[in-house]
Each structure stands twice: as structure tokens, then as C-alpha cells.
Ligand binder design. Structure first.
Ligand code: AMP
Ligand code: GLY
Length: 425
């Protein structure tokens, strides 16, 4: 089989790495890919939003399966375009990817199908939004309706802060058209987990549990990022929490999407907030999480390709996914300044030394090649991911890898996975 992976971040490197292990696969292309991916696949210089060029490439190269990593091409309708031209593709169609592309849509869906989530209101004018904020009180959460690269959520500690965020979003100053509508919701407390499942619109196969680390600094301090590290399994997802997530969140959501005439195929990622054993949904994503994908795929024993193909064919029945008992931990190494303005072009030292460690893989995210040397080219630069007999062992190995790599201004959290230890000890 010939496979095309769309994207060029750590998630796509992990997908390519896993797909490359399949005996079914003869050749992998990745658009646009990155220097790490280039060791396993042929990079094609097409951007993820250049849908017509991607189609033309897949069509002329007779690609057997296209796997879409990021949300942007999904929300632009890449799956519709490919399917309408008879090509097999893994991911939801545009009318289903809206579950991530519009927070107002996903909140209304959850309300309609009684999926537990925070109380909320949707607004496109300042005055009623201000009245809602005053009535609810702070802390309160203001979210841009549309895609904002993980940055469209403001946790406001005061009503004034929330009102300022609403004004900023509705005026179009923050997040452009993505903020022309806002969701304002009740502030939830508890511990977060990422719950991902693969579905053909009927059957649901949950993936192993995972936990992300959204904040930039240790102890969950500082602004939110795309994710500074992740691990799997996540002990906060007890068997009871897993069952609740499946029965009260994933199942009614997948069934609800079908009932709405928006059958959901692909991977559905539910962001969970768990408090006292009760689970609520923070958000849905229409794709694999990044960095969650890295530890999840390192733990996946089964061949991923038949599963992806079954979803593209619309029939997952009879499929199962097996997991290694080992734990996996991914530590993200980021550029100085991230998640704000960051510098690019710093030479990365030590990649070869890190590669010598067994059970460790360095996934590339924002990297580039300059004069034959690997340099930083994004906010999140690398995802150093390790397997271990326990979360503790995987943490130790991942940080041994991190210690071998450096560049000027590199920053990373030193407490990835720590939450799992406080639960299992
Ligand atoms: P979202 O993209 O909607 O998941 O929001 C990004 C992050 O903001 C989440 O991972 C949480 O850390 C935080 N967040 C979102 N909604 C809420 C909420 N209702 N209460 C508390 N924190 C939230
Ligand atoms: N790691 C969070 C996300 O992929 O949205």
C-alpha cells in the first residue's frame, strides 16, 4: 500500500513512525512533513490547506489511503474532496469535523444529547454576554467559537477580565473570524484527561488513556500551550471513569452525530474533566491529540493500518486494538518564548546521542534543515518519547533523552508524568 500522511508536526511523525512498521505498507509520503519524518517517508512540499494540490498528488500517485493529522484540512473539507473523487481517507467529513471547528455546535450537541458538560451560553453580541457573565460570576471561561490553534480559551479570574476577553474576541481583534461568536461557560475544577476513540460512526474502539500537560510551566502554571507533554496510561481514568466516558460521552455523541445527519468517522478526542469520579466534557477534537498521539502510538501493539483502512471503508466491526503493558511518556522540548513569540533557526545539538537510547524515540515537530543541520523551526520543537515498565521508568528514560539534547533557550517542563505517580504510589 501507498500511504499519504497530511501534516508535519509531532503527531504526524508518530503516525508515520507507526505506519512504517506495518507489513502492509510499501511507501509513505508526508505533506509537508519535517526532517524527522524524512527518515521514514518522502516529504512532499504541499501545505495542509492546499487541498486541490493534495488531491492531485494522491490521485496521480494512486495513494491507497490518506491519513489526515491536523484539524485545519478536516474543517476545510479534505475528506469530502478525497471521497468525492473515490479516494480512501481517514478522518471525519466537514459536517462532522465541525464538532471541533465550532465550540457552539459541540456545546449545543452535548446539550441536545445530554452529554455532561459545563453550563454555557453562546453569544455574538457584547451586551447579553456581559449580562451572562455578571449573572454567573467569576471564575468563568470565555472561548472563541472557531479554530484558534489551542489559544482561544480564556480562564477569567474576574468578571472584568471575562468582559474584556469577550469584547476583544467579538471585535475581531483576537482570533479574527474565529472569535466572532463566543461560548461562555462555567468554570470546572478537577483533573483533566484525554479520551480518544476510533469510530466508523457506529462501532467505537477506545484508545488507551492519556493525559496532556497544557500549561507552559511546571505545576500547571502559566499560559496554556498546545501541550507540553503527555503520558499513557493515565491512572485518573479508572475503569469506572472509562465506562462513564464511553457510555455518557462517546456513545451518545457518536449516535447523536449520526442522528443529526453528520456521521462521524475517524478519531474523536474528548477532553475530560474528572472530579470526584464524575466526568464532564471540556471539548471535542476531530483528530489525534498532539502530543498524546506520541505516547499512545508507542504503546500500541496492533498494526494501525488495518484500523485506519477499516474506518475509511466505514466498517470497523471485528477490529480490536492491543496495547503494550508498558507506560509511555513524551516530554515536549519547546523554543524560548513559546507559547508567545519564539525564535527560530537555532541549531539542535545531541539528536544522535539521544537516538542511541533504546525504547526512546525523538519525534520532530517544529524542525527544519539548514545547511545540512537540524534547526528549530516552531514553538514545539521535539517530543522526546520513552517506553518503560512503569510511568516512573518511562519518565526517567524520557528525561535521559532530553538531557542529551539542547539549543539556546530550550525550555521544557520537568514534571511531565508526575500526576500519575501521586496516584499510583
Ligand atoms: P478547550 O480547548 O475547550 O479544551 O480548552 C482548553 C483548556 O482550557 C482545557 O484543556 C482546560 O484546561 C481549560 N478549560 C476549558 N474549559 C474549561 C472549563 N469550563 N473549566 C475549566 N477549565 C477549562
Ligand atoms: N494536546 C491537545 C490537543 O491536541 O488538542
Amino acid at each position: 500500500m501507498k500511504i499519504l500522511v497530511v501534516g508535519g508536526g509531532g503527531r504526524e511523525h508518530a503516525l508515520v513512525w507507526k505506519i512504517a512498521q506495518s507489513p502492509l505498507v510499501k511507501k509513505i509520503y508526508c505533506a509537508p512533513g519535517n526532517p524527522g519524518i524524512a527518515e521514514l517517508a518522502e516529504n512532499i512540499p504541499i501545505k495542509v490547506d492546499e487541498l486541490d494540490k493534495l488531491l492531485e498528488f494522491a490521485y496521480s500517485e494512486k495513494i491507497d489511503l490518506t491519513v489526515v493529522g491536523p484539524e485545519q484540512p478536516l474543517s476545510l473539507g479534505i475528506v469530502d474532496l478525497f471521497e468525492d473523487h473515490g479516494l480512501k481517507v481517514f478522518g471525519p467529513r466537514k459536517n462532522a469535523a465541525i464538532i471541533e471547528a465550532s465550540k457552539a455546535f459541540s456545546k449545543d450537541l452535548m446539550q441536545k444529547y445530554q452529554v455532561p458538560t459545563a453550563a454555557y451560553g453562546v453569544f455574538d453580541a457584547v451586551e447579553p454576554a456581559v449580562a451572562f457573565i455578571k449573572q454567573t460570576g467569576a471564575p468563568i471561561v470565555v472561548k472563541a467559537d472557531g479554530l484558534a490553534a489551542g489559544k482561544g480559551v480564556i480562564i477569567a479570574q474576574t468578571c472584568e477580565e471575562a468582559i474584556a476577553a469577550v469584547k476583544d474576541m467579538l471585535s475581531g481583534n483576537a482570533f479574527g473570524s474565529a472569535g466572532s461568536r463566543v461560548v461562555i461557560e462555567e468554570f470546572l475544577t478537577g483533573e483533566e484527561a484525554s479520551f480518544l476513540a476510533i469510530t466508523d460512526g457506529k462501532e467505537i474502539i477506545p484508545l488507551a488513556s492519556a493525559q496532556d500537560h497544557k500549561a507552559i510551566f511546571d505545576g500547571d502554571q502559566g499560559p496554556n500551550t498546545g501541550g507540553m507533554g503527555a503520558y499513557s496510561p493515565a491512572p485518573v481514568v479508572t475503569p469506572a471513569v472509562h465506562e462513564q466516558a464511553m457510555q455518557s460521552i462517546l456513545k451518545p455523541t457518536i449516535d447523536g452525530m449520526a442522528a443529526e445527519g453528520r456521521p462521524y468517522r475517524g478519531v474523536l478526542y474528548a477532553g475530560l474533566m474528572i472530579n470526584g469520579g464524575q466526568v464532564k466534557t471540556l471539548e471535542f477534537n476531530a483528530r489525534f491529540g498532539d502530543p498524546e498521539c506520541q505516547p499512545l502510538l508507542m504503546r500500541m501493539k496492533s498494526d494501525l493500518v488495518p484500523v485506519l483502512m477499516a474506518v475509511a471503508n466505514g466498517d470497523l466491526s471485528g477490529m480490536t486494538i492491543d496495547w503494550h503493558d508498558k507506560a509511555a511518556v513524551c516530554v515536549v522540548m519547546a523554543a524560548k518564548g513559546y507559547p508567545g513569540e519564539y525564535s527560530k533557526g537555532n541549531e539542535i545539538i545531541g539528536l544522535e546521542e539521544a537516538a542511541k537510547l533504546d525504547d526512546l524515540y525523538v519525534f520532530h515537530a517544529g524542525t527544519n534543515l539548514k545547511d545540512g543541520r537540524c534547526v528549530t523551526n516552531g514553538g514545539r520543537v521535539l517530543g522526546v518519547t520513552a517506553l518503560g515498565e512503569s510511568v516512573q521508568k518511562a519518565i526517567e528514560l524520557a528525561y535521559r533523552g532530553v538531557d542529551r539534547i539542547s539549543w539556546p533557550g530550550v525550555q521544557y517542563r520537568r514534571d511531565i508524568g508526575k500526576k500519575a505517580l501521586t496516584r499510583t504510589l
